[in-house]
Design a protein around this ligand. Structure first.
Ligand code: GLA
Length: 389
């Protein structure tokens, strides 16, 4: 009843998965044209070459009237007239992978057909179409943890048997401690939070802001690592209030901090913005190779907050080869100087250390005992440090 990680699904997420998902920008407007044009744009914008791999259709892709008389799931014929196999072929021809969405109950969150009771049939269908990624939601399912473990394991087992490597994204919003069991159920990533929408802090309307997702995920660092990752939800970078899932938008500094901290936490990076129209700043925030390298570092450690006071924070993430990524993060309303000391970062005292500013992509040079930067309100500076011999 468990995935032993040596099977076909075992090696799918040595580093946090990266891709794009239709939900936040498009919700019910997902269709074949959007998916194809997004695949094209992943290539043209440099997203694919930066490491974003999966193009995922979220809820509303399937036929709202249910399964056919043999119980098979199919795509909405109006939204996807060419069918799933043709879409998978197209996405694959661009050097990308295709993801889909279902739910561990009879219905998805939107009320479209779910996979409960059809796990093997659906997994086989996904494999036949050429699907590479499944996000598996939990609306309309019983609240208790034992049922969730059972239902996620049923789909995990079905995916293992389906004959195709399919990355498994567990989405029960962190309500039943999935970090304790999702890996064993076959999951490669598991949501730790309710839905993040395009805003800095939670208001009265539904959805978490960036800060609430961040704080919830931060405490779970010991559970994340190679093969299975804490998922504080998708990137809202660049939505600027246009996402159909809600939120009034964030500033560029806030989007950059979102990106910095998701990379510090080794989070899966699933972009949401409409890539057909994304502007240059948004693409720079999403594709800075030195920031992405922090997320994708092969050591696979989720970074942690090592200092906080007065809204000023220091985050640290060990990287392969003895270097450390540091994020100086300012939650406050005013620009402030933030300092990270070697004792907070676990670096050897007294030894010189080389520093590089990763957003600016510039050497800072040799530093001793601490490193500081002036950080704008809601902004972040990410610095890589490596001790000199
Ligand atoms: C849930 C998930 C979201 C999205 C919607 C689709 O709320 O958490 O990410 O998939 O369902 O209805």
């Amino acid at each position: 009843m468990t995935s032993d990680r040596t099977d076909l699904q075992g090696d799918l997420a040595p580093t946090p998965p990266m891709g794009w998902n239709s939900w936040n920008q498009f919700t019910s407007e997902v269709n074949e044209e959007v998916m194809r044009a997004t695949a094209d744009a992943m290539v043209e914008t440099g997203m694919r070459d930066a490491g974003y791999q999966y193009v995922v259709m979220d809820d509303y892709w399937s036929d709202e009237f249910g399964r056919d008389r043999d119980g098979n799931l199919d795509a909405d014929p109006h939204k996807f007239p060419s069918g799933m196999e043709a879409l998978a072929d197209y996405v694959h021809s661009k050097g990308l992978k295709l993801g889909t969405y279902s739910d561990a109950a009879h219905k998805t969150c939107a009320g479209w057909p779910g996979s409960y009771g059809y796990e093997e049939q659906d997994a086989a269908q996904f494999a036949q179409w050429g699907i590479d990624f499944l996000k598996y939601d939990y609306c309309h399912a019983p609240e208790d943890q034992a049922t969730a473990i059972d239902r996620y394991t049923r789909m995990g087992d079905a995916l293992r048997k389906c004959g195709r490597p399919i990355l498994y994204s567990v989405c029960e919003w962190g309500r039943r401690d999935p970090w304790l069991w999702a890996r064993k159920a076959g999951g490669h990533m598991w949501r730790t939070t309710d839905d993040l929408v395009d805003k800095w802090v939670k208001g009265n309307d539904p959805g978490l802001g960036i800060l609430e997702s961040l704080d919830r995920n931060a405490d779970l660092r010991s559970y994340s690592g190679k093969g299975g990752w804490n998922d504080p939800d998708m990137l809202v970078v660049g939505l600027k209030g246009t996402g159909r899932s809600g939120g009034s938008g964030c500033t560029e500094a806030e989007y950059r901090s979102h990106m910095s901290l998701w990379c510090m936490m080794a989070a899966p990076l699933m972009a949401a913005v409409d890539l057909r129209t994304a502007d240059r700043t948004t693409l720079e925030t999403l594709t800075n190779p030195e920031i992405l390298a922090v997320d994708q570092d092969p050591l696979g450690e989720q970074g942690r907050r090592v200092g906080a006071g007065g809204g000023l924070e220091v985050w640290s993430k060990p990287l392969q080869g003895g270097s450390v990524a540091v994020c100086l993060f300012n939650r406050g309303a005013e620009e402030a100087k933030i300092t990270a000391r070697w004792e907070d970062l676990g670096l050897p005292e007294g030894k010189p250390v080389m520093a590089r500013d990763l957003w600016a992509r510039e050497e800072i040079g040799e530093v001793r005992e601490s490193v500081s930067a002036r950080v704008p309100s809601h902004g972040s500076v990410v610095i890589k440090l490596w001790p000199l011999p």
